[in-house]
Design a protein around this ligand. Structure first.
Ligand code: AR6
Length: 178
C-alpha cells in the first residue's frame, strides 16, 4: 500500500477508481472532467451523475466508470480559489478526504486523483500540491490503500521556481515512470 505520483492522463488509470475534479452540478465540464466524461462515455456518465446532483463543495459521490479502464469514478467538487480567505484550504482537504472515505466505504483499494482545483478553479499549484500530498498521506497512514496522484504538467512543475525546492524533490522521489 503506497502513495505514488504519475505523469499524464488519469483516464488511463487501471484500478478501482479515478477521482473527477467535478463541479457541484456534476455536469460535464472542461479540463480533466471533460476528459473523464469523454473516456467514460459522456451520455452514460451524465445519466449516472444527474440523479446525484447537486453536491456541496468538498463532498464526494461515486458512479460506475463505464468505458474507462477504472471501475468507478468518484466525483468531488473542489473549491474555486478566491484569494485563500474563503475556506478554500479546508474545502480542498475535504475533497481529498471525502473521496478517500467513500473509496474506503466501498471497499476500494486503488484510487487515482488529479490535482483538484489547480486548473480552471485557479488554486495556486504549490499549495494545491502540498494539500493533496498531506491529505492523502495522512489518510493512508490509518487506512491502507494504493493512491496515485496524476500530474498532467509534471515537467512544468519540476521547473517552477514558485514551488519550493523540497516539494519538487519530493515529487521526483514519488514519481513512477511508465
Ligand atoms: N489527466 C490528469 N490531469 C488532468 C487531465 C487529465 N486528462 N486534464 C487536466 N488535468 P481542472 P479544477 C489537470 O481544470 O481546477 C471543469 O470544467 C490540470 O492540468 O480539470 O478542479 C469541472 O467541471 C490541473 O492540474 O479542474 C469544473 O467546473 C488539474 O487536472 C472545473 O473544471 C485540475 O484542473 C474544475 O476545475
Amino acid at each position: 500500500m503506497a502513495f505514488t505520483i504519475r505523469e499524464g492522463d488519469i483516464t488511463r488509470f487501471e484500478g478501482d477508481a479515478i477521482v473527477n475534479a467535478a463541479n457541484t452540478q456534476l455536469k460535464m465540464g472542461g479540463g480533466v472532467c471533460g476528459a473523464i466524461f469523454r473516456a467514460a462515455g459522456a451520455d452514460q456518465l451524465r445519466q449516472a451523475c444527474d440523479p446525484l446532483a447537486p453536491i456541496s463543495t468538498g463532498e464526494a459521490v461515486i458512479t460506475p466508470g463505464f468505458s474507462l479502464a477504472a471501475k468507478h469514478v468518484i466525483h468531488t467538487a473542489g473549491p474555486v480559489y478566491e484569494g485563500g480567505h474563503r475556506q478554500e484550504e479546508k474545502l480542498l482537504r475535504d475533497s481529498y478526504i471525502h473521496s478517500l472515505e467513500l473509496a474506503k466505504d466501498k471497499g476500494l483499494s486503488s484510487v487515482a486523483f488529479p490535482l483538484i482545483s489547480s486548473g480552471i478553479y485557479g488554486y495556486p499549484v504549490a499549495e494545491a500540491l502540498q494539500i493533496a500530498i498531506e491529505s492523502i498521506e495522512t489518510f493512508i497512514e490509518d487506512n491502507p490503500m494504493d493512491v496515485t496522484l496524476y500530474l498532467f504538467s509534471m515537467d512544468t512543475y519540476l521547473k517552477d521556481q514558485s514551488i519550493p525546492e523540497s516539494l519538487r524533490a519530493y515529487l521526483k522521489e514519488k514519481l513512477v515512470r511508465r
